[in-house]
Design a protein around this ligand. Structure first.
Ligand SMILES: *Cc1c(COP(=O)(O)O)cnc(C)c1O
Length: 223
């Protein structure tokens, strides 16, 4: 399938989900997750109108950035080793996987300008998932005030692997309510306006629950 055709179908589903929730489709940004595919396929996505690309490996973001550069905004969505921050920081416009202070410290030190970071939350409590427990999120964010290059732009979660739509919805709803709590703190370094949630199988539910960034791989660019 052409990315263009997949994108048209996804946009239609976004429109419908947004309408059901009384939201505007324009308030949902698609991040094309290109971790499974070639640089050529990522380029095809950009040519189809995608402005945001997501990679979960440092090597992947470097390799594709070399060819595509600033034609897209770059999202790092995988777990990030502290020692690898230095080699990727200049390419990442967004980091979706902030989950510890040592990582914030390293980003702060290596970045030459503020980086949009999302705190990854393990809402479902699955052991295999990265991220902070919901109860840890607010104290963690409050501890980041000294890192001027770390902007807390939002929260991110990966939903559990299930087809149970009620379970998925509860997970997204909990992340949204946590985001509201962070926003209520009015911290200048943590506007926390974004909710990065929803993937190929569940982005419609995520949008109904307030997602502002959906991360789509399989359904958009393929596996
Ligand atoms: C792979 C991945 C995605 C995309 O998954 P699909 O199911 O292929 O859409 C989204 N977010 C993260 C963090 C991922 O690792």
């Amino acid at each position: 399938m052409k990315v263009k055709d997949n994108l048209a179908a996804i946009k239609q589903k976004i429109e419908q989900a947004a309408a059901r929730a009384g939201r505007k489709a324009e308030d949902v940004t698609i991040v094309a997750v290109t971790k499974y595919v070639s640089t050529d396929r990522a380029k095809e996505a950009v040519e189809a109108g995608i402005g945001h690309l997501g990679e979960n490996r440092v090597e992947g973001i470097i390799e594709k950035h070399e060819v595509i550069g600033s034609q897209a905004k770059w999202h790092f969505i995988g777990s990030l080793q502290t020692r690898k921050v230095k080699s990727m920081i200049e390419y990442a416009d967004y980091i979706h996987s902030l989950d510890r202070e040592s990582l914030a410290k390293e980003i702060n030190q290596r970045a030459t300008k503020p980086v949009q970071c999302f705190v990854q939350v393990n809402v479902s409590g699955e052991e295999s998932k990265h991220g902070l427990e919901p109860g840890e999120v607010i104290p963690f964010i409050e501890s980041l005030h000294r890192y001027e290059n770390v902007q807390i732009g939002g929260l991110m979660t990966m939903a559990p692997l299930t087809d149970d739509r009620d379970v998925l919805r509860a997970c997204f709803r909990q992340l949204a309510s946590l985001r509201d709590e962070v926003q209520a703190l009015n911290l200048p370094f943590a506007p926390c306006s974004e909710l990065s949630m929803g993937m190929s199988n569940d982005y419609d539910i995520a949008i109904e629950e307030g997602a502002t960034m959906i991360r789509i791989g399989t359904a958009l660019v393929g596996e």
